[in-house]
Ligand binder design. Structure first.
Ligand code: MSK
Length: 664
């Protein structure tokens, strides 16, 4: 059934997006926004009771009590569908981690000469987690052993994933008691596929317990290793200055968009684009230089380490091409819409696929090989430059905002206590005193079925007003970056009095950009450190914190949500539950999971309700810890805040206000 077409203002809250959607509508160009308007979601599939795991179906269990041909109940079907989403999401993250381990191995063995160990301290830290002996080894020898140990975690024969030891001891006990400690990364994913095959696990609760086990293998295994390996190879992020939104594209330069998730090739392309030989080549074609910008999580990876600007988030990938100013869109893995190929046919843009795992019909495939990384990167840059003379009319929106990303957990620890006394103590103290009411991790995608960026923007604005520190990754982080919430100055405008004081003291933005989708593992690390720092209980489930993905759409987001719940967090997913038609299963992942692991998953589409429930949860956790009730009237008189008020006054009044006597 065709739906009503939304106006650009109804489809997005982002001005650059609205401008380009208006143009697309005028020119009759199709985008994911218009496709979402012209095609309603299948109600049976979206409610979770379509079963297509065998050739007798698909069975559509539309009536209460109806079963599939094999007799499978709606509960079994919904739980199987949910678990398969977790398997796909966990596989995507973890396979990304595995490839990074192979890159590290190749670099250590001297087969990938364009890569080096950028953070040897982190390499040694990884060695500690993986029980790899450090003494007497060169960096390369250690890197080889760490890479092999990391690869072993994907398919080890016995035991459990070693990184689970990074969780608070109380949490590890819960996993052990429930029997959901992941044995290795791959096994739990494979086992989901086995269990959900026709005629196997047919107890919804039992299937969902295993979904938690596989998701934990993602969060505390594949994703966490992916983050660490990226830091070892490309450097652990620290603050840099950059910009976000389509206004970062340049009218007089070759624009190359990098899109997807892996930093391995994109880091090389960024380096290649700065090569004087490449810049000279661009000038020979009439351009002033080469601009790199990113979409989705490849963007977040190169932003965090190199400050490469963000062109936009998931729903802006087609719009970047619509500017007419993009010579090449270079994609690797995950979240790449097939629609970009057809759209690019209207422009001079070359769409280049690079991963052996992700070819797209109609795109130019230039397969990446880490053994000759820079050579391929330069070929790609040259190809983009060759397109520049074919550029026609451009319409680059003016919108862009400054940001300071780069908040790895290592940097946060350092920012809070310095090199020798770095710790999460000041953060815990700020929460204990009530300056910071609690923490929200706002992560995840955009979804063409909900107004682009609206839920992200709304909830983050409200949390800041309520003195809640917001940490972000993925496309949610890009939404806040575009909104201007990622500069220290944003605290003056947007934060409540207590949070503002903390931001002033530390010099940090009220919303911290912590990286890409796999970097949600950084958030797990922060939570684990907060739980063991004392003062906020002994477990992640004790902390006044909430996780959310208000505009989720990918299976990876379901895996992330599930591992956060299994780690003890209250998680709110926006949009719609993939098991909304089967109340029993919806209750299993909320009340049921809460009674087992202390975390719960809820799906809420109303932004006001997301905020209300989050604050209620934070306040409930504060009360359980015996912390003072949140009272914003106690804060806001710090030196900087007073300076800002006083600076507006004439000099005599300033002196009187500051010292209580008039100027002589
Ligand atoms: S890119 S998984 S749309 S966050 Fe990581 Fe964005 Fe979601 Fe893809």
């Amino acid at each position: 059934m065709a739906k009503k077409e939304r106006t650009p203002e109804e489809a997005s809250r982002d001005q650059a997006t609205i401008t380009l959607l208006t143009q697309a509508t005028e020119e009759g160009i199709e985008t994911s926004f218009s496709r979402a308007d012209s095609m309603a979601a299948c109600p049976i599939g979206s409610d979770g009771y379509c079963c297509k795991v065998c050739g007798m179906g698909p069975c559509r269990l539309v009536k209460e009590g109806q079963t599939g041909i094999c007799g499978a109940t709606r509960e079994t079907v919904a739980a199987r569908n949910f678990a398969r989403m977790v398997a796909a999401g966990a596989a995507a993250h973890s396979d990304h981690g595995r490839d990074l381990a192979y890159t590290l191995l190749a670099a250590a063995e001297g087969h990938a000469p364009d890569y080096s160990i950028k953070d040897p301290a982190k390499l040694r830290e990884m060695a500690g987690y993986l029980d790899v002996a450090v003494d007497g080894k060169t960096t390369e020898e250690l890197a080889k052993d760490v890479a092999l140990a990391a690869l072993g975690e994907f398919g080890k024969v016995e035991g459990k994933i070693k990184y689970l030891d990074r969780a608070p001891p109380k949490r590890q006990e819960i996993w052990k008691k429930l029997g959901i400690e992941p044995r290795n990364v791959d096994r739990e994913i494979v086992e989901i596929m086995h269990r959900t095959h026709i005629g196997n696990d047919q107890d919804a609760e039992h299937i969902l317990d295993h979904a938690m086990r596989a998701a934990l293998g993602d969060g505390w295994g594949g994703s966490m290793m992916a983050t660490d390996l990226s830091d070892v190879l490309f450097g652990t992020p620290a603050p840099v200055i950059s910009e976000a939104n389509l206004g970062v594209l340049k009218d007089d330069e070759v624009n190359i968009i990098i899109h997807g998730h892996e930093p391995t090739l994109s880091e090389m392309i960024v380096a290649a684009a700065q090569d004087p030989e490449m810049i000279k080549y661009a000038k020979s074609k009439g351009a002033e230089g080469i601009t790199m910008a990113g979409i989705c999580c490849t963007a977040n990876e190169t932003l965090m380490r190199q400050g490469v600007p963000l062109a936009g988030n998931f729903l802006q990938q087609e719009l970047a091409i619509l500017t007419g100013a993009v010579e090449a869109m270079v994609v690797d893995i995950q979240c790449i819409m097939q629609g970009v190929v057809k759209l690019a046919e209207n422009y001079h843009t070359e769409l280049i696929t690079t991963s052996p795992k992700a070819k797209i019909t109609g795109a130019t495939h230039m397969e990446f090989d880490e053994h000759r990384a820079m050579e391929i990167a330069k070929e790609i840059v040259r190809k983009a430059v060759d397109r520049y003379p074919e550029r026609k009319k451009t319409r680059i929106p003016e919108d862009k905002a400054e940001l300071i990303p780069g908040f790895s957990h290592e940097y946060i620890r350092y920012a809070l206590g310095g090199t020798h006394r770095g710790s999460f103590r000041p953060l815990n103290d700020a929460i204990i005193s009530g300056r910071i009411r609690g923490v929200v991790a706002n992560i995840g995608c955009n979804n063409a079925r909900v107004c682009h960026d609206h839920l992200h923007q709304h909830v983050v604005t409200e949390f800041l007003k309520n003195d809640v520190l917001v940490v972000e990754t993925g496309c949610g982080a890009i939404a806040s970056a575009k909104q201007g919430y990622m500069t220290p100055e944003a605290a003056f405008e947007a934060a409540g009095p207590g949070l503002r004081e903390v931001c002033e003291a530390v010099g940090m933005p009220p919303v911290l950009h912590m990286g890409s989708c796999v970097d949600n593992s950084r958030i797990l690390t922060v939570l684990a450190e907060m739980a063991t720092e004392t003062g906020l209980g002994e477990d992640i489930s004790d902390i006044p914190a909430v996780g959310m993905a208000p505009e989720w759409m990918s299976e990876k987001a379901i895996s992330i949500g599930t591992y956060c719940v299994a780690s003890g967090a209250y998680v709110i997913m926006g949009h719609k539950s993939p098991v909304s038609g089967v109340e029993v299963v919806d209750r299993m992942i909320s009340d049921g999971w809460e009674s087992k692991v202390g975390g719960r998953m809820e799906f809420i589409n109303d932004p006001e309700e997301i905020v209300r429930r989050s604050l209620a949860h934070i306040d409930k956790k504060r009360a359980a810890l015996g912390l003072p009730e949140y009272d914003p009237t106690k804060w806001g008189q710090s030196g900087d805040a007073r300076m800002e008020q006083l600076i507006e006054l004439p000099l005599e009044e300033r002196i009187e206000a500051a010292y209580g006597n008039k100027a002589e």
